[in-house]
Structures are given as structure tokens and as C-alpha cells.
Design a protein around this ligand. Structure first.
Ligand code: 86X
Length: 477
């Protein structure tokens, strides 16, 4: 028999070893020959497809249409919005040759699609009647980073959706920024069971091409914060650079108001880190490629009945993503370990005694709790249990994060909490210079975001000038 071992690294001893070992052993992802570029195996890619399914349905309701713009961006076009590209230039990958001959103009491999999309928008948009225009694309992008890669969280190539919308007024654009931000919060909380906090990015941390940037952020079990998604108000910065003007109702030509927003495959890594344990992954039910695994417990004298009953169980659960593991070369114990490691939220054991009693045993991955259930109530019980696994995972993560929050107005306490790897909430002026000082004094701590509606909370924790709100700070990815 195959003696494939489970996860041996322990979260408490070496979280990053636990993480990479788990990804590899569960066949979710793999390394490739290019540093920073990873393989998404079917089990991992299925999670991305479920995320996409949720967002496509929600974006569709909002009148967002999917499209595809080219991977390659001429240098001239990329350079057109110098201000926002400048800081990123070392990360741009270039196509320079076909065969042995140099191209007349080198082509950037898209690091993001503002320039290539907005060049077309300037040719397409003429009238207020075309607005708002809302396009989205699901694509790969490349950013040639030099920090050490972390699967899903920091890779040179990743998949994302990027939405790019055009509005006739500032109000229409502002409303959408918040609507998409709330949608991202729902994606993380209702699908991935990852608690997030919404807020506005500091001037230092916002996208340079934006008027303002909003984000959802979270705090991982290894005491590092991470950005989960961003929704930007671009104002008229790009419409002026790319000449995107429309004739309004009042017959005046106006520059359009634009937004862009994105969520990437990083969301998968965040979810996996948030919920896993020393046995391996725990995948929240709504994004689990396999929600229920049925494992027959086979003995020579009852094999036929048990297999038949197991098939019936799998059939009765067709509306879930169910898998019948009837492989005969593995013991049921081996299968339990394998599916636990792979993070399947619910296991159904079917043994000879269960068949006699017309019942099965449900086992939760998150708590290990076992519940016998009669076969006629099965679909209902499974549905309820999956919902309960989702809320338990969310609550457990929420509590862990809340327990790490330190709220303070005192600078010494602030520094101490950051040193202790807490998630710190403190009144802050928001000034880029103050953020530079903070970063220098704390070995790289950044502001995450500034939750909305926190104005008038006193004075900045560091410089004592009036605070613009309370900001979250932590060591982050
Ligand atoms: C910023 C902004 C924005 C659409 C999003 O965050 C959501 C979806 N785009 C992306 N950004 C860059 O503009 C950028 C540009 C270049 Cl040239 C680069 F090499 C890296 C970049 N990284 C981020």
C-alpha cells in the first residue's frame, strides 16, 4: 500500500513550512521551474472557479460585463500614465524579440490593464448614454517582484479579476467604489469565512493613480496582516491622461469619472492560512471543491450492501459537491486521513451497522464531531451542518483576530503592541511623512487602512496632530 505521509510540519513551530508542505501534499498547487510562478492543480483551480462563480453572478446583477484585453502592452502606451507607472517599472516584464530579431517596440506583459483598456475607452466613449460603462476581465498578470515568493500570496504571475468602470459623475463613481468594497467583504466573509475590515488606504499606501483607494484587509494566524482586495476611485486622473470625454445631457463635453477594483488568487492563500490546522487544510464549504466525501467501511462479508448503500447516499446528495471514495486499495482509515488533510468539510462514514440501522455517521472536519443521521433526513442534515461549519470557521477566525487587536492612544503601548505582533488600532493623522517615521521606528510596519466614520477621535498616536481617524497597523505581507 502507498505509504504517503500526512503533513509533518507544525503550524506553531514553522507556519510557512506547514503552509507549503500542505499545499504540495494536498495536490492543490505545485512549484514550477520559474521562481515565483506556480502551478494551480485541479483541486486548487476548482476553488478559483467557485470564487469566480460568485463574483460573476454578483457583478452580472450590477450590469458588469466580462471582456478580454490583450496581454501585451506597447511601451508607449504603458508610459502614457508615467506618474502611476514610475514606481513599478522594475517589476515590468518585457517581450523584446520574435525569434532572433528584436521587435521595433518592446511590449510589456500586463502588470495591470489600465493603459490598454483606457486607450480603447477613449475611442469608444462619446455620450452620457453609454455611461456608466462597466467592464471586467479574468486574466493573469505578471509583476516581477524580488521579495521571496509565497504561494498564492506573493507570486510573479497571478490570476485576478480587474474591473474598470466609467461614470458620468463623481457620485456615481463614489457609490460604486463602496458597493464593490462591500461585495468583496461579502466574498471573503460569506464564501471564504475570512473576517475582513473595510477602510480607506493612507495617502502613502493608496494606488498612485487613484484619488483614493479603499481596501478590505485581514490578519492571519501567523500574526501578519494582508490586503484582500482593493476598490479605487480613480477620479479624472486617467480620463485626462487618456482623453476619455463624453457629451453630457447639458451638451457639454466632460471628462469621465473612473474606478478600478480587483481581487486575485491571493484570496485562496488567505483562506487556506486562515483555517488550516496541523492535520492540513480546512476548506470552508462554499468554496470546497469536495463538500462531502462518502467513505464506505468495507469488510469482506458486507462489502456489497455497504457499497450499494454508499452509492445511494452519494446519489441522495447530488446537489452538493459530493465524492464517493470507493477505492479498494486503501483502508478507510487511510482515506479519513487523506480527506482530512485535503480539508473536505464533511465526511460521511457508511459501515455495516449503519446500513442495518438505516443511518450514516457525519464527521465535521473543523471539530471532529460525529453525528449519526438517519438516511431519510440526510440532505437536510448535510445542508445544516455545512452552514454550521461555515459559521464556526468564521467565528473562530473572528475571535482569533479580535483577540489580537490592541486599541491605544499611547505611543509606547503602540510600539510595544507592534513588537508583540498585534493588530493595532490607533488614532492617526494619515500624513505620509508620519507614516515614514512610523515605518522606520517599527522595522517596516505599515498602515493597513482607516475604517470609515471614525473622524474626530483625538490626536495622532505618534505626532499628536489632529487625527483623521483610527487606523489599523501591523506587520504585513
Ligand atoms: C496598481 C491598480 C488596480 C486594476 C487594482 O489594484 C485593481 C485592478 N488595477 C493596480 N498597480 C499598478 O498599477 C502597477 C503598474 C505597473 Cl506598470 C506594475 F508593474 C505593477 C503595478 N502594480 C500595481
Amino acid at each position: 500500500m502507498d505509504e504517503k505521509k500526512g503533513v509533518t510540519a507544525k503550524q506553531d513551530e514553522d507556519f510557512s513550512a506547514w503552509y507549503t508542505q500542505t499545499l504540495l501534499k494536498t495536490e492543490l498547487a505545485d512549484y514550477s521551474q520559474v521562481s515565483g510562478c506556480m502551478i494551480l492543480r485541479p483541486y486548487g483551480y476548482a476553488i478559483w472557479e467557485l470564487i469566480r462563480g460568485f463574483l460573476d453572478a454578483e457583478l452580472g446583477k450590477r450590469g458588469v460585463e466580462n471582456c478580454y484585453f490583450p496581454l501585451l502592452i506597447p511601451e508607449k502606451l504603458l508610459a502614457k500614465e508615467k506618474e502611476h507607472v514610475e514606481g513599478f517599472t522594475p517589476e515590468v516584464a518585457w517581450v523584446t524579440h520574435s525569434g532572433d530579431s528584436a521587435l521595433p517596440e518592446r511590449l510589456a506583459v500586463r502588470p495591470t490593464s489600465e493603459t490598454v483598456m483606457y486607450e480603447a475607452y477613449s475611442r469608444w466613449i462619446r455620450s452620457y448614454q453609454q455611461l456608466p460603462m462597466r467592464l471586467n476581465q479574468w486574466v493573469n498578470v505578471i509583476r516581477w517582484e524580488f521579495k521571496h515568493p509565497v504561494p498564492f500570496l506573493r507570486t510573479r504571475e497571478f490570476l485576478w479579476q480587474e474591473g474598470h468602470t466609467v461614470h458620468p459623475t463623481r457620485e456615481s463613481a463614489d457609490d460604486e467604489v463602496m458597493d464593490i468594497l462591500h461585495l468583496y467583504k461579502r466574498l471573503f466573509e460569506e464564501l471564504l469565512a475570512v473576517p475582513v475590515f473595510e477602510g480607506r488606504k493612507s495617502d502613502k499606501e493608496k494606488f498612485a493613480g487613484a484619488l483614493y483607494t479603499t481596501s478590505v484587509e485581514t490578519f492571519l494566524p501567523n500574526n501578519r496582516a494582508i490586503q484582500c482586495g482593493t476598490s479605487h476611485a480613480l477620479g479624472q486622473n486617467f480620463s485626462k491622461a487618456f482623453d476619455i470625454q463624453f457629451l453630457d445631457k447639458d451638451e457639454k463635453k466632460k471628462y469621465a469619472w473612473q474606478n478600478s477594483w480587483g481581487v486575485s488568487t491571493r484570496s485562496i492563500g488567505i483562506m487556506l492560512m486562515m483555517h488550516g490546522d496541523d492535520k492540513g487544510l480546512i476548506i470552508p464549504p462554499r468554496v470546497a471543491p469536495v463538500q462531502v466525501v462518502v467513505v464506505p467501511i468495507l469488510f469482506d462479508d458486507s462489502k456489497t450492501e455497504v457499497l450499494k448503500a454508499s452509492k445511494g447516499v452519494a446519489k441522495a446528495l447530488k446537489k452538493f459537491r459530493v465524492r464517493l471514495d470507493d477505492r479498494e486499495q486503501y483502508t478507510s482509515g487511510w482515506k479519513f486521513n487523506e480527506w482530512e488533510m485535503k480539508g473536505v468539510p464533511l465526511r460521511i462514514e457508511v459501515g455495516p451497522k449503519d446500513v442495518k440501522n438505516n443511518q450514516v455517521v457525519l464527521v465535521r472536519r473543523d471539530t471532529g464531531e460525529k453525528t449519526p443521521v438517519g438516511v431519510k433526513d440526510l440532505a437536510k442534515a448535510v445542508e445544516a451542518l455545512l452552514d454550521d461549519v461555515h459559521s464556526s470557521l468564521f467565528q473562530r477566525a473572528k475571535k482569533r483576530i479580535d483577540d489580537c487587536v490592541v486599541e491605544t492612544e499611547d505611543y509606547d503601548e503602540f510600539l510595544k503592541a507592534l513588537e508583540d505582533r498585534k493588530l493595532v488600532l490607533a488614532p492617526w493623522c494619515g500624513d505620509p511623512e508620519c507614516e515614514d517615521f512610523l515605518r522606520a521606528e517599527t522595522k517596516g510596519v505599515k498602515s493597513l487602512n482607516i475604517p470609515f466614520g471614525q473622524e474626530g477621535v483625538g490626536n495622532c498616536v505618534r505626532c499628536d496632530r489632529p487625527a483623521v481617524g483610527r487606523a489599523y497597523f501591523a506587520k504585513s505581507y
